[in-house]
Design a binder for this molecule. Structure first.
Ligand code: NAP
Length: 495
């Protein structure tokens, strides 16, 4: 017989307070739900935009698209929002929507275990244990920094840090600095620190295609117009959305069309780097779009500074303060900055989540992450992912995907209530068929044309990206079919 004592602490536990977690909480609150908690490992909200504070950190998706559709901001200062501006926006979302009392800071998830008897999740965190009927993970795809596996790196005698854990207490002025990696983060902070340091060694493993960064500030007049005539701001957002969406045609449907886009990057390279050794070194040998396309006007000029050296030989080992290249060259440095990216395909959180019969999520995902609509995973009842497998984008705003997933999760919650169900999970057949279809489509995409990228699991399977228009993802999440799900009809134990 059910008693209130059998009720979990919360109806919903949300992991993380970045865009995903906050969006989920706002939408839950709108429905009148108050029995939810947000578990946050840090002492502030903001997710990636709290963690990535490196010099020059900004988003390469325009601000008016990289924001929640229901929380527009007429005050964006420029095309590409900077990290401080994004963090302010996220903090105000949390405060203005009454979420702060729901957040438990310094509650880093240590393990999540499905209790099949009670039919709820038991979450052990650094701040204590919490039980919840449903868990929504908003921990992000790029939240765990990945350090390179270079022999001797652990013995480095200088100061070493990852770009997403920037040490603002370390004064780089006059220091010999090395940066490993030339991805989206490095190309933003290298031009910022190059004028300050004594010398900068940049270690590049693979060059990236780079296109011009067309950034501009919004004038006070424009902001006033956006504030007073919301339809104008909305039209601006829509025009950005469709400009980005058009790229899907080349990325997924007809990769050959990317040649035209590549010429834009080639012209940018030729305009900024004279013919010669450097140009050869930074020219990619794969089709544009296979790896993430970067935008910068400052990267190539930074590499041409007299105090900057681009090193394309591999790193053999690190000894004391010295980085030893594969050609035997030894270079001493005081500070080593790792711009080496994140665990995108093997999120460490998966080794802390146990579903039905103790199944570990990392075990279920050993051949590559997969889910249904990036949200549900078979054998993990009542666990909902935002920004889960194959929801990433190479061309547009993740906020669009987040909003689509939050609305989808809400529709699943409504389905559970309507059916008086305590548990919901995806039918294994449906998940398998969906992933079969996805992988078939991905094989014809630009991402499968021969480069190595963080979009791929070590098996080669592309587990990060959504291979279609974003509105197609929205449509899929809206086309609800009850037969896709398995429900448990036992009566709710909770009051
Ligand atoms: P990333 O794009 O994964 O780049 C990592 C870099 O480190 C690559 O150049 C990689 O080389 C190199 N690397 C990794 N391991 C290495 C090793 N063992 N030895 C030598 N080089 C190594 O990481 P990120 O720059 O931090 O960016 C991650 C993602 O975050 C981006 O793609 C983007 O989605 C997002 N982001 C967005 C923005 C923005 O909106 N502006 C800014 C920053 C980050 P290979 O290419 O050879 O693997």
């Amino acid at each position: 017989m059910a008693t209130p004592l059998d009720a979990p602490d919360f109806e919903v536990a949300i992991l993380g307070t970045g865009f995903a977690g906050l969006c989920m909480a706002i939408k839950l609150r709108e429905t009148g739900e108050r029995r939810f908690v947000l578990l946050e490992r840090a002492t502030d909200v903001g997710g990636t935009w709290r963690d990535n504070t490196y010099p020059g950190a900004a988003c390469d998706v325009p601000s008016h698209l990289y924001s929640l559709s229901f929380a527009p901001n007429a005050e964006w200062s420029r095309t590409y929002p900077t990290q401080p501006e994004l963090l302010r926006y996220l903090r105000s979302l949390a405060a203005d929507n009454g979420l702060l009392p729901h957040i438990r800071f310094e509650h880093r998830l240590e393990k999540a275990e499905w209790d099949g008897e009670k039919r709820w999740w038991r979450l052990t965190t650094t701040g204590g244990v919490v039980t919840a009927r449903k868990v929504v993970s908003g921990t992000g795809g790029l939240s765990e920094p990945k350090n390179p596996d270079i022999p001797g790196i652990e013995t480095f005698r200088g100061t070493m840090f990852h770009s997403s854990r920037w040490r603002h207490d370390v004064d780089l002025a006059g220091k010999r600095v090395a940066v490993i990696g030339t991805g989206a983060s490095s190309i933003q902070f290298v031009p910022e620190i190059a004028p300050v340091v004594a010398h900068l060694d940049v270690y590049q493993r693979t060059p990236n295609w780079i296109i011009p960064r067309r950034d501009r500030t919004y004038s006070e007049t424009t902001k006033t117009l956006f504030r007073t005539i919301p339809a104008l701001r909305e039209a601006h957002r829509k025009s950005i959305y469709w400009t980005h969406e058009a790229r899907v045609v080349g990325i997924v449907l007809h990769p050959a069309l990317m040649k035209g886009f590549q010429r834009l990057a080639e012209r940018h390279l030729k305009a900024q780097v004279p013919a010669g050794d450097l140009r050869r070194k930074v020219l990619p040998d794969y089709t544009i779009g296979c790896k993430r396309v970067l935008i910068s006007n400052a990267w190539y000029p930074a590499l041409q500074r007299p105090n900057v050296t681009l090193i394309t030989d591999g790193i053999a080992k690190i000894e004391g303060n010295t980085i030893v290249s594969t050609d035997g060259t030894r270079r001493e440095v005081d500070v080593l900055i790792l711009g080496t990216g994140f665990y995108a395909t093997e999120n460490p959180i998966s080794s802390s989540i146990r579903g039905r019969d103790g199944l570990l999520l990392s075990e279920a995902w050993k051949d590559g992450e997969e889910a249904y609509l990036g949200t549900l995973v078979k054998d993990f009842p009542n666990f909902f992912f935002i920004v889960g497998p194959n929801t990433g984008l190479g061309h547009s705003s993740m906020i669009y995907m987040i909003e689509a997933q939050v609305a989808y999760i809400q529709s699943l919650f409504r389905h559970m209530v309507a059916a008086s169900a305590t548990t919901l999970e995806v039918s294994p057949v449906v998940q398998d068929a969906y992933n079969h279809e996805l992988q078939k489509k991905l094989k014809g995409s630009i991402w499968a044309t021969g480069c190595k990228s963080w979009y791929q699991h070590r098996s080669g399977k592309i587990t990060v990206l959504w291979p279609d228009f974003t509105f197609k993802f929205l449509e899929r999440t809206q086309a609800f079919q009850a037969s896709d799900y398995l429900l448990d009809h036992r009566h709710r134990q909770a009051a």
